[in-house]
Design a protein around this ligand. Structure first.
Ligand SMILES: CC(C)(COP(=O)(O)OP(=O)(O)OC[C@H]1O[C@@H](n2cnc3c(N)ncnc32)[C@H](O)[C@@H]1OP(=O)(O)O)[C@@H](O)C(=O)NCCC(=O)NCCS
Length: 174
């Protein structure tokens, strides 16, 4: 593996800000560009939100970040994935490797150190081909279309909804 995943830490604040700033052009097309968001993100980690930093093993650089948000346990055991990748690692396949580790951790039982989720969801704007390709590479199924789902780039944006349940994992590497 070229990458590893871990929880965010206070010493991520500066490298995270730098990674987001140098990646603003490709992130900003689809997601908010928030280089100074790490302190707030650290303070919000808990039962409903877990963030994973995807780190390049060789250099220690930040490959990407994945939020597992809206976590609901009980009879749902569901989380929603949101992610960005950062230069210079964009398009090298490392983000896909890291997201496989994130999905694995999400679907692993708490006794084995995972989050114990049963279902994961990814919502993507219809024109976001890179993100849709990533979701499909991970084995997510297209479930449906959600009009006006999220307020992004100053408008309520439609999203395609993808999901995967534990029964479908692991999917063959693509
Ligand atoms: C969506 C996003 C996270 C994808 O990240 P990425 O860095 O392109 O992810 P990867 O490098 O793992 O993607 C693999 C791509 O690299 C290529 N690649 C290059 N070398 C590779 C290797 N050694 N192994 C695998 N793939 C490799 C693949 O062919 C693939 O390209 P393709 O999608 O054109 O087929 C990134 O584009 C991003 O941050 N977008 C802006 C924010 C965003 O859209 N977030 C999601 C909102 S729903």
């Amino acid at each position: 593996m070229r990458v590893t995943i871990r929880a965010p830490r206070p010493d991520d604040v500066v490298p995270y800000a730098e990674a987001v700033r140098r990646s603003a052009a490709h992130i900003g097309r689809w997601n908010p560009v928030e280089p100074d968001a790490m302190p707030d993100l650290l303070s919000r980690q808990g039962a409903g939100l877990r963030t994973f930093m995807i780190v390049d093993v060789e250099t220690g650089g930040l490959v990407g970040k994945c939020n597992v948000a809206n976590i609901v346990m009980a009879r749902f055991c569901n989380g929603v994935l949101g992610y960005d990748s950062y230069l210079p690692f964009v398009g090298t396949g490392r983000m896909t490797e890291g997201m496989r580790l994130v999905v694995e951790r999400c679907l692993t039982s708490p006794e084995l150190g995972g989050l114990g989720l049963h279902r994961l969801e990814i919502n993507v704007q219809p024109d976001n081909e890179r993100s849709i390709a990533l979701a499909r590479r991970l084995g997510f199924r297209h479930e449906g279309f959600t009009p006006r789902m999220l307020f992004l780039q100053d408008a309520w944006r439609d999203h395609e909804r993808f999901a995967l349940t534990a029964e479908e994992w692991p999917t063959p590497v693509r």
